[in-house]
Design a protein around this ligand. Structure first.
Ligand SMILES: O=C(O)CCC(=O)C(=O)O
Length: 249
């Protein structure tokens, strides 16, 4: 059961109104333990590296002595692929994209370890998907992409939670890095720092503006992020998955 108007009317409305929503408790304790163990292995491998390196199709991005992210982490830890395609996640993506076929182009971990100073600037995911270039076509006219984020650890106000500008997806793709007026365009929107429990999953619209500051707590703040594109939307070749892996629900 995923995000449908009938089964989760309020959550579906949150997504349409705010540009993001959370479905609580998708993963149980046993599944979270498994994901956490896989991420421990990734962290161990990452800590042996001095610079960014590709291993088994996973790109370990190491900068400023910190693990910034592991792109297509299921290359090195294939078990993570199963979790990224949990039936509730896929059913929700199907409803958001209005398609029973889509391409998984992102399977990525963020660690945000205590004191590592990893942060994510304000951005729209559309920017990272190369909207407005030859690499992307908005086929379903709704952005053609959905990002999903599994909270592996608790995400709270101390450990660098994601902050959203609520409703900013309604502005469309506004090319933040080249748009000096974007904050002005957003001045009437509220902001929310998203707190999540382990096992909750967030879904983001590609135009919703969000970012996060670094982790100021003594505990890890790890997430597993998976992104799905409408068939034919993406032409960028990502490490590990190339043009994406086709999923049919
Ligand atoms: O992990 C974070 O804090 C940032 C995640 C994010 O910005 C994204 O997935 O687009």
């Amino acid at each position: 059961m995923g995000l449908t108007k009938e089964q989760h009317p309020q959550i579906y409305l949150d997504f349409l109104r705010d540009g993001y929503c959370v479905i609580p408790n998708i993963f149980n304790k046993e599944e979270l333990k498994n994901i956490s163990e896989e991420m421990d292995q990734l962290e161990k491998t990452a800590k042996k590296q001095k610079n960014t390196i590709q291993i088994d199709g996973s790109l370990f991005v190491i900068e400023n002595d910190a693990i910034q992210r592991v792109v297509w982490c299921s290359g090195n830890r294939p078990k993570l692929q199963t979790f990224s395609r949990h039936s509730v996640i896929l059913a929700t993506v199907e409803n958001i994209l209005c398609s029973s076929e889509f391409d998984q182009i992102i399977c990525q971990t963020h660690f945000k370890l205590p004191g590592d100073n990893v942060e994510f600037e304000w951005h729209q995911d559309s920017q990272h998907r190369y909207f407005g270039t030859e690499y992307w076509t908005d086929i379903n006219t709704q952005g053609s992409f959905v990002q999903t984020l599994i909270a592996v650890d608790e995400m709270n106000l101390q450990n660098g939670p994601i902050e959203f500008i609520k409703g900013s997806h309604k502005l469309g793709h506004i090319d933040l890095p080249n748009n000096p007026n974007w904050e002005d365009q957003c001045k009437n929107f509220e902001r929310e720092k998203l707190c999540m429990n382990p096992g909750d999953v967030a879904f983001f619209h590609p135009y919703v503006i969000h970012g996060s500051t670094s982790n100021h707590s003594p505990l890890k703040r790890r997430v597993l992020i998976n992104g799905f594109a409408y068939p034919g939307a993406n032409r960028f070749e990502y490490p590990g998955c190339g043009l994406g892996v086709r999923i049919s629900t």
